[in-house]
Design a protein around this ligand. Structure first.
Ligand SMILES: Cc1cc2nc3c(=O)[nH]c(=O)nc-3n(C[C@H](O)[C@H](O)[C@H](O)COP(=O)(O)OP(=O)(O)OC[C@H]3O[C@@H](n4cnc5c(N)ncnc54)[C@H](O)[C@@H]3O)c2cc1C
Length: 381
């Protein structure tokens, strides 16, 4: 299917991002997978070449263009190359809007130039050991003391958790008020009492640092409150649709890549004296998967346009997230089957795709929570 989403300037951007991946990521990614984390230099190089903060204002070193198509290109090309260690999508797609929409002028001057240059790597910490889907149940607490907030609690599964220089922490600042008692506090590297725990050993995304974080009497200056006190939950709800679409963008790209590699494989691999692609079952499976991939692509591209127009609803994003990621997981499983025993070998890209994909239906809100969001909007009771 011919995509109609992009203009010539996007194609140029894609080409230069591909070059960046070939030069600075491809030679290092296997090493990063072994060490469980990417080297910081790749962030600096990405910043130098304009791949961080494309939507941030130019005065802070950003690209000055609010157009999610650039974010989509970064995500798509990273997925296509299986460079799953890069935390750029979290930085550009998830964190950027928090900082550009909620930070005051003084905060922007402190954080945005480093965000765009790659000197400040970012993370967001919502999930806790005791609560993930039920965000309202978080226990991390901040109490005001003079000009500071005193922060206590722990977070887990935090992407960029080890490399991050600033972390947007969701904390209870007024427990009496329930969901209206949350605030966002920006915790910076080196603040006393802020510790990083384990870099977690995951099934996939091996080069991505996903960590536990703990906060013991961390004095966070009041000047690091992001957005409005007590509005943290609302700020989260406003930003989650873009995060979810970003995950759907990765799903669509992964489906295309895995379908392509499987078509290639079944053309080459022979059984019973002929290519396995000539069996009717193979043709039917791949015909189904090609149809589903196209359907996901149409939906995702349409929702990127809607996001750019400010029209992507919470429900739309939930639909894109659960459906594309479930389709991705199913497609990769069936493509792996067509690879036979080789599909189970880590040296084959389909095996890596399989391991990297599984989390897609979980993070950013699980499939079940997405269906709850959509179901609620149908006003069934
Ligand atoms: C690799 C990775 C990276 C991550 N990165 C981040 C990050 O950067 N920042 C961050 O804050 N978090 C991050 N997360 C956390 C992620 O968002 C949570 O894991 C996710 O929201 C699910 O929460 P949970 O793990 O506590 O599962 P639970 O909430 O315990 O859910 C367990 C199961 O119960 C189901 N369930 C829960 N409630 C309901 C319900 N009401 N109805 C039906 N079913 C329900 C869920 O769908 C799921 O199947 C990451 C997770 C992973 C694995």
């Amino acid at each position: 299917m011919e995509r109609t989403l992009f203009e010539p300037e996007h194609d140029l951007f894609r080409e230069s991002f591909r070059k960046f991946l070939d030069q600075h990521v491809a030679p290092n990614h296997a090493k990063w997978e072994e060490q469980g984390i990417v080297d910081r230099e790749v962030w600096l190089e990405a910043g130098k070449q304009g791949f961080l903060g494309m939507a941030m204002p130019e005065e802070y070193g950003g690209g000055g263009v609010k157009d999610f198509r650039y974010n989509a290109i970064v995500a798509e090309e990273s997925v296509r190359g299986q460079y799953s260690g890069l935390g750029f999508a979290l930085h550009n797609d998830v964190i950027a809007p928090y900082l550009s929409e909620l930070a005051n002028e003084e905060q922007k001057q402190r954080w945005l130039p480093g965000f765009c240059s790659g000197e400040i790597i970012t993370a967001i910490a919502m999930t806790e050991p005791g609560t993930g889907s039920d965000l309202q149940g978080i226990k991390t607490r901040a109490v005001r003391d003079g000009d500071d907030w005193v922060l206590n609690g722990s977070k887990t599964f935090i992407t960029n958790g080890i490399n991050s220089d600033i972390v947007i922490v969701v904390a209870q600042t007024d427990p009496e008020k329930g969901a209206m008692g949350f605030s966002l506090l920006v915790v910076e590297r080196g603040m006393p009492g802020f510790e990083r725990g384990r870099n977690l050993d995951k099934l996939g995304l091996k080069a991505q640092d996903t960590a536990e974080l703990s906060f013991t009497d961390v004095r966070v200056p009041a000047a690091n409150l992001l957005g409005q006190e007590g509005q943290g939950f609302i700020h989260l709800m406003q930003n989650l649709p873009q995060e979810r679409l970003s995950i759907a963008v990765m799903a669509a790209a992964a489906m295309e890549a895995c379908l392509d590699m499987t078509i290639q494989y079944v053309r080459d691999r022979k059984a019973f004296g002929k290519p396995i692609g000539t069996f009717q079952n193979t043709r039917f499976v791949l015909a189904e998967l090609a149809t589903k991939t196209t359907a996901v692509r149409v939906l995702v591209d349409r929702f990127i346009e809607d996001l750019n127009r400010g029209k992507l609803s919470v429900e739309d994003a939930a639909m894109a997230k659960w459906w594309s990621t479930e389709e991705q997981v199913e497609l990769i499983d069936r493509c792996l089957q067509l690879h036979g025993g080789y599909g189970y070998m880590k040296e084959y890209p389909i095996a890596k795709a399989y391991m990297d994909a599984r989390v897609q239906t979980i993070y950013g809100g699980t499939t079940e929570i997405m269906k709850e969001i959509i179901g609620r909007s149908l006003k069934l009771s």
